[in-house]
Design a binder for this molecule. Structure first.
Ligand SMILES: [Zn+2]
Ligand SMILES: [Zn+2]
Length: 472
């Protein structure tokens, strides 16, 4: 302590602020110093030829996977047209590839960017890691952008600031752009999911008093926190409870609570548990008020959670700026995906202007080696992951759940909405021009949720198969 405040120095006034001159605590000072040196190391890694090659391959592989959700199809196509043609085709059809080229140019030719000063919103949770760390790592500025990443208190505020155009782009819960585009809970404003930020990375955390009550069948009367109605958290918790025979609308109470307030509500006994984002599941364990009952990875491995997106209007008015932004966030996702970077990333996002959390909590979340609050250390490397691919089939699944629980009434044109909001755009049309039939279209894959396969080609049938849903 004395080296910061220097209370025994007769030649200096005793200032109750940090010796660096700023008004922050010693702990904050240490967190910032650690964050700075971690950011320097990560930046160094990002400038190596190895990372650049990895990053480009990562983005390309993401795209190819989008076009060929079934590997069989990919191989058939490559055999039919050859690698060169396939690569040219992909470059010409998917926005990301052409955006990538555009954005690379943008860094050198600044005149091509329509707008360079941008405000990007985020909620302080680990889901937003790629979007946040792109700032201290210099990925935005490398693209010629001056981005202010702005911490936001809750999801309703994110929605409002996007609709009011106070933010140029934002961290969203991935169902939010669907809901906003459909005018659910707000005026209808066309929004897009440009990339998924993170997959997995959430959990059901329960109060320690329920340590011996692990069977959801016995949870009648429980109160749960969820971050927002239009969240994967709400849909997964409802799904999980309904599989156990509980009606989430009548057998339990679900309360919308901003993520940062979940642990305090658990401690105060206002809720029995929450299905929330990290680091708050781990923070509940760290604070000894809760335990991790189940990771959402174990309900739906690879489920989408948060997204990076903006309004359709912004993309139309600022295509080059959007491209540059896209490139920065994808580069960041490539870096966040690599497990060897995770410990340093925890340091970079820990300080008060970002997550404002103990580094030890973030390290446990990001490395997947964590205390579960029940006395065990678990090792789950893919507890949280960063896969940017915005599967349209995931959007279709979200729409089925919005219908199931009464957020959307009446008929839904699943594919049309999914393809309008989740950007993988024209790929199908262009592949057709190449004589390649895509029955299901790119961007659609089957997903397995709690052991049950969801086929995006049959959403209505899927919806009908659930015994528990909101009474029509
Ligand atoms: Zn200081
Ligand atoms: Zn999330």
């Amino acid at each position: 302590m004395s080296d910061f405040f220097d209370p025994y120095n007769a030649d200096r006034p005793l200032m109750m602020k940090c010796s660096c001159g700023r008004e922050h605590t010693v702990a904050d000072h240490h967190a910032e110093v650690a964050a700075d040196s971690a950011a320097i190391e990560l930046r160094r890694r990002s400038e190596t030829a190895e990372f650049e090659a990895y990053s480009n391959e990562f983005i390309e592989a993401t795209l190819v996977k989008a076009l060929f959700p079934q590997d069989e199809m990919r191989r058939r196509f490559l055999r039919a047209v050859g690698k060169g043609t396939a690569m040219a085709a992909i470059a010409s059809v998917l926005p990301v590839t052409s955006l990538q080229a555009l954005a690379q140019e943008a860094g050198t030719k600044k005149g091509t960017l329509e707008k360079t000063n941008l405000k990007v919103g985020f909620i302080p949770i680990t889901c937003a890691t790629p979007l946040i760390m792109a700032h201290p790592l210099g990925f935005y500025s490398k693209q010629g952008l001056n981005v202010e990443v702005t911490k936001t208190a809750g999801w309703a505020l994110v929605r409002d600031k996007m609709i009011n155009k106070e933010y140029d782009a934002s961290h969203f819960l991935s169902p939010m752009p669907l809901a906003i585009s459909l005018g659910l809970g707000s005026n209808a404003t066309p929004m897009n999911v440009a990339t998924i930020q993170n997959i997995n990375g959430q959990a059901i955390t329960l109060s320690l008093k329920h340590k011996d009550n692990r069977d959801p069948k016995n949870w009648k009367g429980f109160k749960f926190g969820i971050p927002f109605d239009y969240s994967i958290h709400n849909f997964l918790l409802r799904y999980y409870l309904a599989e156990a025979g509980l009606n989430p609308d009548t057998d339990v109470q679900l309360r919308v609570i901003p993520p940062a307030e979940m642990v305090a509500n658990l401690r105060a006994g206002n809720i029995d548990g929450f299905l929330g984002p990290d680091p708050f599941n781990q923070r509940a364990v760290f604070d000894e008020v809760g335990f991790i009952h189940v990771l959402t990875k174990d309900l739906w491995n690879g489920h989408p959670c948060c997204a990076f997106g903006t309004s359709t209007e912004f993309i139309q008015k600022n295509p080059n700026t959007f491209a540059a932004l896209y490139r920065a966030v994808l580069t960041s996702a490539a870096m966040a995906r690599d497990p060897k970077n995770r410990e340093l990333i925890a340091k970079v996002i820990a300080p008060s202007q970002y997550l404002n959390q103990p580094e030890a909590v973030l390290t446990q979340v990001l490395t997947g080696r964590f205390a579960d609050g029940l006395g065990k250390i678990q090792t789950v490397p893919d507890r949280a992951d960063f896969d940017p691919m915005p599967w349209q089939s995931m959007a279709v699944w979200m729409l089925t759940q919005m219908q199931r629980w009464g957020y959307i009434k009446g008929e839904v044109n699943y594919q049309q909405i999914a393809e309008k909001v989740f950007l993988i755009t024209d790929a199908r049309k262009h592949m057709k021009e190449l004589g390649q039939p895509f029955a299901a279209g790119p961007g659609y894959a089957k997903h397995t949720i709690m052991g049950k396969v969801f086929d995006p080609a049959k959403p209505a049938e899927y919806l009908k198969s659930f015994a528990i849903q909101k009474a029509a």
